[in-house]
Design a protein around this ligand. Structure first.
Ligand SMILES: Cc1ncc(COP(=O)(O)O)c(C=O)c1O
Length: 485
């Protein structure tokens, strides 16, 4: 009989599937699968001589780190629905996970995420599968979308970066990386034979774009501050005067928080003979794209200047429970990239297909609550607190640097990996940084500095280990090692 179990088994070829092993235990669960909280973890690190915590090197080994902490998915028991045991188990796992999130949030300093927000009012939306697939400005046949919020957010950003409503195109991305991938793609579509120029301190997503699109890429030197070195930029442009230029300008580099001088980049292009129709500038504002407009001395990011696109991360300065971002470009550029898709009844001009429809609502919610004035206040607070941290570290004899337009405080890498992990510091070579975001208070910074001073006394007390020299990364004037201090 059509549809009978036998027929389905035959059709799916299940007869040849190996039976489950006899010792397959559907109720087996990992007893203690969550990583320990930081305090517990610290206790588990062995003490070396003089009670100094041994530095545990963390190797990056594909597949190993994650699997040791994996929360295995197990098959429900036949009577689980009756006993409620599975629900209770899952609730306890989630409760423990929530506790660890609270603890990790309390001690986070190194990544540029604003972890303070209240989206309680949006809890009601979790029951909907909101998807903005296709073009934000062309409604597809899928009706459970949030385009009206998305376009509202895009209008806000277009106004911030001075581009008229009828002259811009953009969309809410999954993250700053997607904005960069899109910005460079638009540049490449405008200039298919263009050469990509990006400074050495540029985020890896730009170099990933170069690889993905098979573009010729010139890495430009940087100054000690992390800004693009326009002398080197000019020299590299002169070597390729016959090809159009696609340039990534950093509005906040990842490690040092350096803001490239957009005006100097444009001047360098003009002086080298590149007219406005022979270059395309993408501004990577993932980090400070939403902060710089509120800092008087900062180079203004504006479409009144000859730039092609700007992107920003939504989960960084704004703060959002899910990664997201905003990408804005000129409408005139997008036609080269987009294709009509009958099945969507919309147009495809984005990197992704399905697009998170919740993210625009979260962004819309915060923009409405805070407005330009609210962000301005938060930017001022972040810059003030960053200067406070720099002063405290320097007073404690720690080599430190803070760029004028930045809230990224760069300092000598702490000796102990456990300390780095506890405060979730991002490190590169001899340096580490704290990115002061709106949720980073003076009290939190005091706690951090106090603990760092206390630890340093144990790391460096008997002279066998010395604090690292950071002269080559931060400049001699910012280094306080034995040689330069
Ligand atoms: C300068 C810069 N660009 C791009 C990115 C990528 O942003 P996302 O993590 O949102 O993909 C980052 C991330 O920190 C960044 O610092």
């Amino acid at each position: 009989m059509a549809g009978s179990v036998e027929v389905i088994v035959k059709e799916l070829n299940l007869e040849n599937v190996d039976p489950l092993p006899e010792d397959f235990d559907t109720t087996a669960i990992i007893k203690d699968p969550l990583p320990p909280l930081a305090d517990e973890a610290r206790e588990s690190v062995k003490s070396g001589e003089n009670g100094v915590v041994m530095k545990k090197e963390r190797e990056i080994v594909l597949g190993r780190n994650v699997h040791t902490m994996c929360l295995e998915v197990t098959e429900p028991d036949a009577d689980d629905e009756v006993t409620g045991e599975r629900e209770a188990h899952m609730a306890s796992v989630l409760a423990r996970y929530r506790r660890s999130l609270l603890e990790r949030t309390k001690h986070h300093l190194g990544y540029p995420y604003n972890l303070e927000f209240d989206y309680g009012a949006l809890g009601q939306l979790q029951h909907f599968s909101i998807n903005n697939l296709g073009d934000p400005f062309i409604e597809s046949n899928y009706g459970v979308h949030s385009r009206q919020f998305e376009v509202g957010v895009l209008d806000w950003f277009a106004r911030l970066w001075e581009l008229e409503k009828n002259e811009y195109w953009g969309y809410i991305t999954n993250c700053g990386t997607e904005g960069n991938l899109h910005g460079i793609l638009v540049g490449r579509e405008v200039f298919p034979d263009g050469i990509l120029y990006a400074s050495r301190d540029t985020h890896y997503s730009i170099f990933k774009a170069a690889r993905m699109y098979r573009m010729e890429c010139e890495k430009v030197n940087t100054l000690t501050s992390g800004e693009i070195d326009c002398v080197d930029f000019k020299a590299k442009l002169l070597c390729h005067q016959d090809k159009p230029a696609i340039i990534n300008v950093n509005i906040g580099t990842t490690v040092k928080g350096a803001v490239d001088d957009l005006d100097l980049v444009i001047k360098t292009l003009e002086e080298t003979g590149f007219s406005h129709d022979r270059f395309y500038i993408h501004c990577d504002g993932a980090l400070f794209g939403l902060m710089m407009p509120f800092v008087k001395r900062a180079p203004k990011v504006s479409f009144k200047k000859p730039i092609g696109s700007v992107s920003v991360s939504g989960h960084k300065f704004v703060g959002c429970p899910m990664p997201c971002g905003v990408q804005i470009t000129r409408l005139e550029h997008i036609n080269a990239l987009s294709r009509d898709v009958e099945y969507l009844a919309s147009r495809d001009a984005t990197i992704m297909g399905s697009r998170n429809g919740h993210a625009p609502i979260f962004l819309w919610y915060t923009l409405n609550r805070k407005g330009y004035k609210g962000f301005q206040k938060e930017v001022q607070k972040c810059l003030r607190n960053a200067h406070y941290l720099k002063g405290r570290l320097r007073d404690a004899g720690i080599g430190v640097m803070l760029n004028e337009l930045s809230s990224t405080v760069v300092f000598e890498r702490p000796h102990d990996e456990e300390f780095i992990r506890k405060w979730q510091l991002a490190c590169q070579g001899n340096i580490a940084h704290v990115v002061v975001m709106p949720n980073v208070t003076v009290e939190k910074l005091d706690k951090f500095v106090f603990e760092l001073i206390e630890k340093r006394a144990t790391w460096y007390n008997n002279g066998t280990v010395q604090s690292p020299c950071v002269a080559s990364e931060l400049g001699k004037e910012n280094c306080l090692c034995n040689l330069h201090g």
